[in-house]
Design a protein around this ligand. Structure first.
Ligand code: ATR
Length: 271
């Protein structure tokens, strides 16, 4: 039977085994999906060994998403652009194909959660410039967002993303981050602020437009203070769990031969 795994360090917190296990049961497919705790020194050898053990692919999570590009034989354009991979396909000839579905997952989640969301309606505003922001920027640019305002506590990282991803990006100082919201019709928290155990999101959302679609990559808790404030302003909000669920779709389809659905049942299965 085909096997796949999620590989990270640490790995016990990953929801992917629940997600893929749910899909395998739901569609009555023969397959297995497990979590593998692999440290960076063992990553390359593990990836070489897995195909011989019946593995058809893997998801890659923190902290290996960037490093894994070095161990792949083919890297998709999207993974190259984002500079990281989260989905591997082991080819029949033993080669490793690396792709990134995080930007896809982000966009698919917004489209499902806010069906009338129009990426072209106005600028996007992103808080945060870490790894998650890279995939989100690529996803938004693909979707046709005309302009992206980007603000990060460490401004240098936002400037770096502008240098890499181009003129569509306008960097805003973290102390003035709230001002990005005046025209934004798509608003994203890509920082870890608001996560259980982390600091709160404190930037004022005073300037938020009620017609903006607002989403958070934090999904623990599901209803973050950021989303609650946006909802109080009348905005449509989309929680971050769906991004995780949707990013798993392309890998599952490739490994197990069935394009899985993301719906309430899927959400319940991982929570
Ligand atoms: P990920 O890959 O998940 O995006 P990351 O690269 O560690 O993770 O990025 C975390 C993001 O949350 C960064 O934008 C980080 O800001 P810095 O680049 O300044 O570190 C942001 N972040 C984390 N803690 C923060 C805090 N207390 N205040 C503001 N931003 C914070």
């Amino acid at each position: 039977i085909p096997r796949a795994a999620v590989i990270g360090d640490p790995i016990s917190h990953s929801l992917s085994p629940k997600l893929h296990g749910h899909w395998l049961r739901r569609y009555g497919l023969a397959g297995e999906y497990t979590a593998l705790h692999v440290n960076k020194d063992d990553l390359q050898q593990t990836l070489r060994d897995l195909p011989g053990q019946g593995f058809v692919g893997a998801n890659i999570t923190l902290p290996h998403k960037v490093r894994v590009l070095d161990y792949a034989d083919h890297v998709s354009d999207r993974a190259t652009l984002i500079g990281a991979a989260n989905t591997l396909i082991f080819k029949e000839d033993g080669g490793i194909y690396a792709d990134n579905t995080d930007g896809y997952g982000f966009i698919a989640n917004l489209r499902q959660g806010a069906p009338d969301w129009d990426p072209k309606a106005g600028p996007a505003a992103i808080f945060g410039a870490g790894g998650a922001a890279r995939a989100i920027i690529v996803g938004l640019a693909d979707a046709g967002v005309p302009e992206i305002f980007l603000s990060n506590r460490t401004r240098l990282k936002a400037d770096g993303l502008k240098a890499e991803f181009g003129a569509r990006i306008k960097v805003v100082d973290w102390v003035k981050a709230g001002a990005m919201l005046a025209n934004a019709t798509t608003v994203i928290n890509s920082t870890s602020l608001g996560m259980t155990g982390a600091q709160d999101f404190k930037v004022s959302l005073e300037a938020l437009r009620p017609d903006a679609v607002v989403t958070d990559i934090v999904y623990n808790p599901l209803q973050t203070e950021f989303l609650k404030q946006a909802a109080a302003k009348g905005c449509r909000t989309v929680d971050g769990l769906g991004m995780l669920l949707h990013q798993g779709v392309p890998g599952f389809e490739r490994w197990f031969g069935k394009r899985p659905e993301v719906d309430e049942e899927t959400r319940r299965a991982v929570l």
